[in-house]
Design a protein around this ligand. Structure first.
Ligand code: HEM
Length: 373
């Protein structure tokens, strides 16, 4: 029944211990009125603060408002605990145009991601003016939050795309067991954790040196819908599965030896002097030692969106990563992965979004206020 606070230096839902479920939504603003956009962010902020405490989205609540008006909360969360709900808001590059007079406020880091080899992005699952990440331990609580924000936004924003996730694929605390992705491997072992203050300052939070001061204490969110061909994966020998990841399936230990949290030794060789961790293994390609030391705070979720007419599951990993600057901390890593990673044979990126995540909200203010002042 634990509840988190909306207000703080940083937005919730980033270093917050990862909840079990996700509902992520991307919206387009349908009005040209800057005042309407600001009004919406104010209303969203109030509703978010209430819902994170387990209350209704509006002040009257689901059942005690005016009998002749639609309720200011839809009701499906009545009786449910807050379920550690967090709501995290972001701004896409398309918001920073002349419609709202924001073109001079666009951070340089928000430049569109390049096309990566192998990308098969669907426009209906990409981009958007605004995003909201709702995470909670109860899927009904996460969906209720997005639904009510969409309801409040009626006439100002339209839902562009959304993604449900079950099963976290990362942790942000050291004391939790590492969860598993749909390849069956532990995921998030080497993630940036909430206790790594130094790493957060270096790799996740935007500092005071940003070209846009309103982004200080914010971050950038990269969202990638990554389809996984799990039926093909499931026919691979264990040897191949472990080679692709570079870690053991049982414990998640590096193939070069040691335990789960030991660093891989890429120089260590085995029979016939072959490296124990294949240089094309996912952990080798993504490792900070091979990427100018960059790290990211991963916070993704497993998804299964039904199945297709060949009887295959539409399954994958909805990758979410918070970084200080996608130009240094995502694009070069993803460029390496999309060209060199052995895992590339079993995955395809089918959706993409990049959002500026403004800093946390101070009491009495609204989310992203610095952008408009
Ligand atoms: C590590 C799976 C996509 C970046 C890992 C690990 C697994 C994994 C099993 C090892 C355990 C760990 O340290 O977390 C996957 C799967 C993916 C995927 C199944 C897609 C379906 C990506 C993408 C990126 C990425 C798109 C970034 C562009 C990383 C990083 C590490 C990692 C930085 C940690 C490397 C280290 O420090 O050792 N991933 N990953 N992964 N992955 Fe991925």
């Amino acid at each position: 029944a634990q509840a988190y606070e909306l207000y703080g230096v940083h937005q919730p839902g980033i270093v917050t211990p990862v909840q079990d479920r996700l509902h992520f939504a991307s919206f387009d603003v349908t009005t040209d009125s800057r005042a309407a956009l600001v009004g919406l962010l104010r209303e969203w902020t109030d509703a978010a603060a209430r819902m994170m405490h387990g209350a209704g989205a509006g002040p009257a609540g689901p059942t005690s408002g005016d009998y002749d008006a639609p309720p200011d909360d839809t009701g499906e969360a009545i009786g449910l605990p807050p379920s550690r709900l967090t709501l995290t808001f972001g701004f896409g590059a398309s918001l920073f145009d002349d419609r709202f007079g924001l073109s001079g406020k666009r951070p340089a880091a928000l430049e569109p991601l390049p096309h990566f080899p192998g990308d098969n992005l669907s426009p209906e699952r990409s981009h958007g003016d605004l995003c909201v990440q709702a995470c909670a331990d109860d899927p009904q609580v996460a969906v209720h939050a997005i639904r009510n924000l969409a309801r409040i936004g009626f006439g100002t924003v339209a839902l562009r795309w959304s993604q449900l996730g079950f099963g976290k694929t990362s942790t942000t605390t050291r004391d939790e067991a590492t969860p598993r992705n749909l390849f069956g491997f532990k995921d998030g072992t080497m993630n940036v954790k909430s206790a790594d203050r130094e790493a957060l300052g270096e790799h996740v939070w935007v500092g005071k040196d940003s070209d846009q001061p309103w982004m200080t204490d914010g971050s950038y969110l990269v969202a990638r819908r990554i389809s996984m061909t799990i039926e093909i994966w499931d026919r691979q020998p264990m040897r191949e599965q472990e080679r692709v990841v570079g870690r053991t399936k049982a414990e998640g230990a590096p193939l070069s030896g040691g335990a789960e949290h030991d660093q891989p030794d890429f120089a260590r060789t085995g029979r016939e002097d072959a490296p124990l961790v294949d240089p094309a293994a996912h952990v080798a390609i993504a490792h900070p030692d091979h990427n100018d030391g960059v790290r990211m705070l991963r916070r993704g979720y497993n998804f299964v969106d039904g199945s297709n007419d060949l009887g295959r599951m539409d399954a994958g990993l909805f990758f979410l990563a918070y970084v200080v600057d996608p130009r240094t901390h995502f694009t070069p890593v993803q460029m390496r992965l999309s060209t060199l990673d052995a895992m590339q044979e079993y995955v395809q990126h089918t959706g993409s979004g990049l959002f500026a995540i403004p800093p946390g909200v101070r009491k009495g203010e609204y989310v992203g206020q610095g952008l408009f002042s």
